[in-house]
Design a protein. Structure first.
Length: 121
């Protein structure tokens, strides 16, 4: 069975999901649970850090699509960061850069949320 884990940590008002290992049809439910927990906790500013993810299948991409509408409906967003070129190529091939902001570094993605909240203050 594939190795996969999701770590969740807070950076001020932003939840960071750290993905590690292989995200495929067998492991996608674990990511679904992590997103569901964010929604239950009213956490709608989410950064997904891919630095330790070595593989993603269409099932993993489907999880991201499953939650984006609910997150944005609650005035939040899902931003993606730290992708290897291999993982980025999968996202790029399927047109995800038109749907999601993708950042080289997690700090940039978190900062984008902070800049948004400063403008609303």
């Amino acid at each position: 069975m594939s190795e996969f884990s999701v770590g969740i940590r807070q950076r001020e008002a932003v939840s960071v999901l750290d993905l590690k290992g292989y995200l495929d049809a067998h492991t996608a439910p674990e990511l679904e649970k992590a997103f569901q927990k964010q929604l239950e906790d009213d956490q709608y500013n989410i950064v997904v850090n891919f630095s330790d993810l070595s593989y993603i299948s269409s099932a993993g991409l489907g999880v991201l699509m499953q939650f984006i509408e609910d997150v944005r409906k609650n005035e939040g967003d899902i931003k993606l960061s730290n992708m290897s070129s291999r993982v980025y190529n999968v996202f790029d091939l399927l047109g995800f850069p038109m749907l999601y902001e993708i950042f080289k570094e997690e700090d940039e993605a978190v900062e984008k949320f902070q800049n948004k909240s400063e403008k609303l203050s």
